[in-house]
Write a protein that binds this ligand. Sequence first.
Ligand SMILES: NC(=O)c1ccc[n+]([C@@H]2O[C@H](COP(=O)([O-])OP(=O)(O)OC[C@H]3O[C@@H](n4cnc5c(N)ncnc54)[C@H](O)[C@@H]3O)[C@@H](O)[C@H]2O)c1
Length: 271
Amino acid sequence: MPERSGRLEGKVAIVTGAGSSGPGVGNGRATATLFAREGARVLLVDMAADRAEETRRMIADEGGAASTFQADVTAADDCRRMVDACLERYGRLDILDNNVGISRRGTVVEVSEADWDHIMAVNVKTIVLASKYAIPSMIETGGGSIINISSIAGLRAHSSTPYTASKAAVIGLTISMAADHGPDGIRTNCIAPGLVYTPMVAPRMDDDLRQIRSGAAPMRTEGTAWDIGNAALFLASEEARWINGVILPVDAGLVATSPVTYQTLAQQVRL
Ligand SMILES: NC(=O)c1ccc[n+]([C@@H]2O[C@H](COP(=O)([O-])OP(=O)(O)OC[C@H]3O[C@@H](n4cnc5c(N)ncnc54)[C@H](O)[C@@H]3O)[C@@H](O)[C@H]2O)c1
């Protein structure tokens, strides 16, 4: 059995997108598992019931407490029912991990209006709607922690204009929510994952591309969903009780470096 130190003992969490879009462990699944491992009871929300169920089984196998809830979190009514279900089952809500997200490639010339609307709905509106219904119940119990999942694509151009625009909006949402709800004892922070290897990106990767991605950041190692989950666990825990409005890249230092100076020049000229 994995080690536990009870960092979230007594807490209740919702993780959206708690399944994984393919075999393996995505950011939502890893985060939910780590929350449960540290004592939280977790509502595993996904539009694909079987994906959430697989996460529930993984958590149950470790002796953790979690249950599933099927919802499309782009819909206000589903978000309201999700929070109601959490309160009915567990009596409170302390942590909301807004993890749902999808990627689409394209420039403004290429992207269709329908795709633009869809990506903004999944990557941005879901956070607004889930938080809208979660925040009043957090206020009732004296506060909480909201973690919004952006991407380093929200900080740097990254081959997909709709994805970058939506993930930059998540950063804007985070800092505004941190200011709005800090006085209620609700901390809102954001994780910007780097080039982690998860089921979301695996279908687009061959070994060469995987190696290029792993070597892109100064640490030259591959990141996994557990790296993102551990950052979320920290932000959810009391250890982060004075951290609010932070954008935390979890990327092995990729956004800290300029690709030209660091990679091209440093490798060729040995600077
Ligand atoms: N994998 C990476 O390299 C990477 C990098 C940067 C950021 N991210 C971000 O991490 C987050 C999640 O990544 P992941 O690896 O867990 O993805 P994933 O694709 O493995 O899992 C996402 C889950 O969300 C669910 N989902 C999608 N739309 C939904 C909706 N409208 N309602 C309810 N559930 C829905 C899917 O069914 C799926 O199970 C995303 O926001 C993504 O943009 C990932």
